[in-house]
Design a protein around this ligand. Structure first.
Ligand SMILES: N[C@@H](CCC(=O)N[C@@H](CS)C(=O)NCC(=O)O)C(=O)O
Length: 205
């Protein structure tokens, strides 16, 4: 497997997922400022021209949440996804999908000081609804779907961790506790060496 990533980007989450799984893979660190054959390859395999990308044989997976879900299913012995058909699996899907389709766009627009005029028309609603949703989905203890740490924590927790570092929102105490638990995981530390520092104001690759 080949992972196109940059530790200073959303692909820190897929790097973290690979570290949690402990699977061997080829790393291709992309610097968007350097035009080379690796960047050409990224542009060829992903018309979105974005990181992260996972190439597994003939399969090209893009989108951070899709890559993490794909990896969780590929290595079931690592127990990074709740059992298919279980109640926890429903919550797992909810968290994986809402992170990319609603929480992220809401944060991105808020960071650019853009407010969509009608929360009922926008798939991501508005910031008050998003903050209430994050609060409801944040676990009081353990992990997002219960006792088992899953790819949903890498995606949802990873987004909260990143968004709080760059100042996109102010986490509640419950959210801060959850983020602190995530930051203590050895695989998190392995994949976020420089992301532990204050990222406010720094360019995201
Ligand atoms: N929806 C995508 C977003 C990926 C994304 O925006 N990646 C950024 C880095 S954080 C990127 O590659 N930007 C380079 C560009 O768009 O030129 C995902 O979740 O994977």
């Amino acid at each position: 497997m080949k992972h196109f990533y940059n530790p200073r980007s959303r692909s820190a989450m897929t790097d973290w997922m690979l570290a949690e799984l402990g699977v061997e893979h080829e790393r291709v660190c992309i610097d968007f400022g350097i035009q080379n054959s690796q960047l050409d390859e990224l542009h060829r395999i992903n018309p979105m021209k974005k990181l992260p990308v996972l190439v597994d044989g003939d399969t090209v997976v893009t989108e951070t949440a899709a890559i993490c879900a794909y990896l969780a299913d590929k290595y079931p012995q690592k127990s990074m996804a709740p059992v298919a058909g279980s109640a926890e699996r429903g919550l797992y899907y909810r968290i994986l999908f809402i992170s990319g389709s609603a929480i992220e766009p809401a944060f991105t627009l808020a960071a650019a000081n853009i407010e969509y005029p009608d929360a009922s028309m926008a798939g991501w609603g508005d910031m008050p609804r998003i903050i209430d949703t994050i609060e409801a989905l944040t676990p009081d203890s353990d992990w997002a779907t219960g006792k088992q740490f899953t790819a949903a924590d890498v995606i949802f927790g990873g987004l909260l961790d990143f968004a709080s570092k760059v100042g996109w929102f102010t986490p509640s105490l419950k959210m801060q506790d959850y983020i602190s638990r995530l930051r203590q995981r050895p695989a998190y530390l392995k994949s976020h060496p420089d992301m532990l520092q204050n990222m406010a104001g720094k360019r995201i690759a």
